[in-house]
Design a protein around this ligand. Structure first.
Ligand code: HEC
Ligand code: HEC
Length: 405
């Protein structure tokens, strides 16, 4: 376990170095005054980003042409550590992560029908705390989204339950299953993605998250790679999880098979989808027998061993989260239910424990998603305040240490 984690961390550091090198190469060729035509030449030789055939990634060229305006108009709030807690611009200065990579992996930005993209619809809806894009930037963003949309497959009619192709974040990913039907709301599959080389992608800690009330039954998950510019998926050539099936109990996330997989058909910048032969919601209350049971057989002593430390240290530190996770925001509460923090600490503790990595606490989802310097797409990151984040981590970690065997 810890061996794997160490490998992951070492590999991750390498990836960061590689990304920085690539970014500075790209940055060097990126002259603000260059037109799209020049940029196309500059990056298609420099990035190695397109597939081996050398087809230019037109979407990326179009993005680089509008990047400077975008950063100027939106950067103060939307870069890493910015005021908005939604750092979809990554770090435009160091290009690590590069705005293009973050924008194309941000939830609901690149979609089949560009007009419904969150990037367009959010500022247009009128409740945006920031300005709308200028006319020039708005038009460029729409043209870019339309170009990216050409490579988005419509999986509405897929023969089996399928999570639509999406560019993975290099780091922590949380893909929600909501599009599969109302019962799936708040359920997710989470994993860490890391490029081992330009041609292989490692996925680790692949886990299915049910909700506190509903479980999941699944068979044969299959990851499919969609190289840049195509809608033709290339399935995992060795079909790693062909024999994997299982049932995930309500409230208890579970590893998918061994939880680890290397895709040897990876292409840089590609999207990833996940199809299941079977993926069904299991309702323990409807199964006959579970009368009123708060969640199965072992409610007796609860999932947490160190409830005192949880009560003294972690629970107070979670107060900034309760506004959304305590019932105020349905998606948040379905994902991590903190509504019991003021009445049933054992149940609340179980929900939080689900998001802790006892083998490697700093890598816990609870911290990774809320780190103002991290690229995860979570709408709250302490308003960009790293001190407050650190205090939160320190308090929760006191409990995590007490919880660890
Ligand atoms: C003054 C700060 C500020 C600026 C500048 C700003 N925004 Fe925002 N933006 C926010 C805040 C705060 C949020 C969080 C929700 C809200 O209040 O709208 C947000 C949310 C968003 C979201 C929703 C993201 C998500 O994942 O939920 C989008 C899209 C967005 N902004 C686009 C833009 C664009 C495009 C620009 C530049 C034209 C821009 N913003 C400039 C403050 C800003
Ligand atoms: C502004 C509302 C809001 C606040 C405040 C908030 N969250 Fe969330 N959180 C969400 C939403 C919404 C989701 C579901 C993710 C989604 O739909 O993209 C979520 C999901 C999560 C997840 C699951 C992993 C993931 O990324 O989906 C974790 C862990 C989490 N939140 C931790 C926290 C912690 C810890 C705090 C307090 C320090 C907090 N959240 C505060 C809205 C919020």
């Amino acid at each position: 376990m810890s061996e794997r984690t160490n490998q992951l961390r070492a590999g991750f550091a390498l990836t960061l170095i590689a990304a920085a090198t690539l970014a500075s190469a790209l940055g060097g060729g990126c002259d603000d005054s260059a037109g799209p035509q020049q940029l196309l030449l500059a990056t298609s030789s420099g990035s190695g980003g397109s597939d081996g055939g050398g087809a230019p990634n037109l979407g990326e060229e179009m993005f680089h042409a509008l990047e400077a305006d975008l950063v100027k108009e939106c950067g103060a709030c939307h870069k890493l550590g910015g005021l908005a807690d939604t750092p979809f611009l990554g770090d435009p200065d160091s290009q690590n992560p590069a705005p293009y990579d973050v924008m194309t992996s941000w939830p609901d930005f690149v979609v089949k029908d560009w007009a419904t993209s969150l990037l367009v619809s959010w500022p247009a809806a009128g409740s945006h705390s920031g300005p709308a894009p200028s006319e020039t930037l708005g038009a460029a963003l729409e043209a870019w989204l339309a170009e990216e949309a050409k490579a988005v497959e419509d999986v509405a009619n897929a023969p089996s339950p399928t999570i639509a192709p999406k560019k993975p974040i290099m780091g922590f990913n949380s893909l929600y299953l909501d599009a599969l039907g109302a019962d799936f709301t708040g359920m997710a599959i989470t994993f860490w993605a890391e490029e081992l080389t330009d041609k292989s992608l490692a996925l680790t800690e692949i886990q299915l998250y049910p909700t506190p009330k509903l479980g999941l039954k699944f068979e044969h998950p299959l990851f499919v790679v969609y190289p840049i510019g195509t809608i033709d998926g290339e399935p995992d050539p060795i079909d790693s999880f062909s024999n994997v099936a299982g049932e995930v109990e309500a409230g208890k996330p579970a590893s998918v098979g061994p939880g680890t997989l290397v895709l040897s058909n990876w292409k840089k910048g590609a999207k990833l989808s996940l199809a299941f032969d079977v993926l069904e919601v299991v309702d323990p209350a409807g199964g006959g027998g579970g009368m009123g049971g708060g969640g199965g057989g072992d409610v007796g002593d609860g999932p947490c061993q160190a409830l005192d430390a949880f009560t003294a240290e972690a629970a107070p530190a979670l107060s900034p989260c309760v506004g959304c996770h305590g019932g105020g925001n349905g998606a948040a509460t379905n994902a991590v239910d903190m509504s019991d923090l003021d009445n049933d600490l054992s149940s609340a503790c179980g929900q939080i424990l689900n998001r802790i990595n006892l083998n490697n606490p700093p890598q816990s989802q609870l911290f990774v998603t809320t780190n103002p310097q991290g690229g995860a797409s979570h709408p709250f990151k302490f308003g960009g305040n790293t001190n407050n984040f650190n205090n939160f981590v320190n308090a929760v970690t006191k409990w995590v240490q007490a919880e660890s065997p």
